[in-house]
Design a protein around this ligand. Structure first.
Ligand SMILES: Nc1ncnc2c1ncn2[C@@H]1O[C@H](COP(=O)(O)OP(=O)(O)OP(=O)(O)O)[C@@H](O)[C@H]1O
Ligand SMILES: O=P(O)(O)OC[C@H]1O[C@H](OP(=O)(O)OP(=O)(O)O)[C@H](O)[C@@H]1O
Ligand SMILES: [Mg+2]
Length: 298
């Protein structure tokens, strides 16, 4: 029997999102007891269980109320949503934070020899995809008919294998398309990983745990995009130097046994580029450090 007092979080077991999902939860302070291939991993220091599943199953587990939280690509979420809407099935969920990983796009691609003049060039042809609903929405809006070849993987080989005339698949660097002699023609959906939760009431204890976890996640993600910059700077050029720094309100501190220089510390949401570091050095700055921040709370 499932223990309903424990928060159940669905994450991808193996694939593009699994390492980052796990790393995020670990960075939130969860001690995950992950045993080999097991479906459920218990968190040792909080009443939380992780369900390790295929990414396609995550939206359904949330919408059916089987899991409380999930981390999934928006592409998979939107596909499930469209499918359930078409079938008049329950699709109760709440979108929460976007994650800083899993960024990709769902695109149409054709063989590089194909004389492509726009989506209408694909009218009446067969398109291979794992995302038939997103594809159908795109073509329905344009009033173009097409046939679907539904594949759950290796979509990029479909044209060469004679299964389809074009494909609609996920792209990030474009290397997979290039390796298969295909060219990207139209982006039909842009996606990144997102945290989602089930609808309905969580009860006081679970809600409090969820709120705490969400605050920590925000802190971890904010910290990821933030740098701590430290340097020694000549006092007489302080104004010029602070203007070069990618942040406001730096902390300026005296240095022991050095009356000409000060230490500057600043938290910045932008990185400090090599060009700026070279400019700072030319102005007499030294010991310039750019450090990652592990977590933060404002
Ligand atoms: N090349 C990519 N770069 C970044 N994110 C990607 C990329 N490809 C896919 N993703 C995102 O990661 C999710 C999972 O991709 P993956 O290829 O691991 O899925 P899968 O093969 O369907 O895995 P599963 O076995 O869990 O069903 C995708 O739904 C998408 O949101
Ligand atoms: O544009 P690219 O950077 O080449 O990325 C695109 C590829 O990444 C994904 O597959 P993944 O590598 O996750 O493997 P899979 O096919 O086993 O899911 C996706 O299905 C594409 O095939
Ligand atoms: Mg999948």
């Amino acid at each position: 029997m499932t223990d309903n007092t424990r928060l159940r979080i669905a994450i991808q077991k193996k694939g593009r999102l699994s390492d980052e999902s796990k790393a995020l939860l670990k960075a939130c302070g969860l001690k995950i007891n992950m045993k080999g291939e097991s479906l459920i991993a218990h968190v040792e220091n909080a009443p939380i269980d992780l369900l390790r599943v295929r990414d396609d199953d995550i939206p359904g587990l949330i919408m059916d109320g089987v899991c409380d939280l999930g981390i999934v690509g928006e592409n998979v979420l939107e596909e499930e949503l469209l499918m359930r809407q078409r079938a008049n099935e329950k699709c109760d969920y709440v979108p929460l934070q976007k994650m800083a990983f899993g960024g990709c796009r769902l695109s149409l691609a054709v063989d590089k020899e194909f004389d492509y003049q726009g989506p209408e060039s694909l009218a009446g042809l067969r398109i291979a995809t794992t995302y038939p609903e997103l594809l159908r929405r795109y073509f329905d809006e344009k009033g173009i008919n097409f046939d679907v070849c539904l594949l759950s993987g290796s979509v990029e080989v479909a044209p060469r294998a004679g299964l389809a005339d074009a494909i609609c698949d996920l792209v990030s660097t474009g290397a997979t398309l290039e390796a298969n002699g295909l060219v990207e023609t139209d982006v039909i959906y842009r996606s990144q990983a997102r945290l989602i939760r089930r609808g309905g009431d969580f009860g006081d204890d679970k809600q409090a745990l969820l709120d705490k976890l969400l605050t920590r996640m925000q802190g971890v993600m904010q910290a990821k995009e933030t740098k701590y910059i430290m340097l020694h700077a000549p006092k007489d050029k302080l104004d010029t130097i602070t203007e070069l720094l990618p942040a406001e309100h730096p902390t300026v501190m005296p240095l022991a046994h050095d009356d000409e220089n000060v230490a500057i510390h600043v938290v910045s949401t932008e990185n400090l580029f090599w060009e700026t570091m070279e400019q700072l050095k030319a102005l007499g700055c030294s010991s310039i450090l750019v450090l990652p921040i592990e977590k933060m709370m404002e």
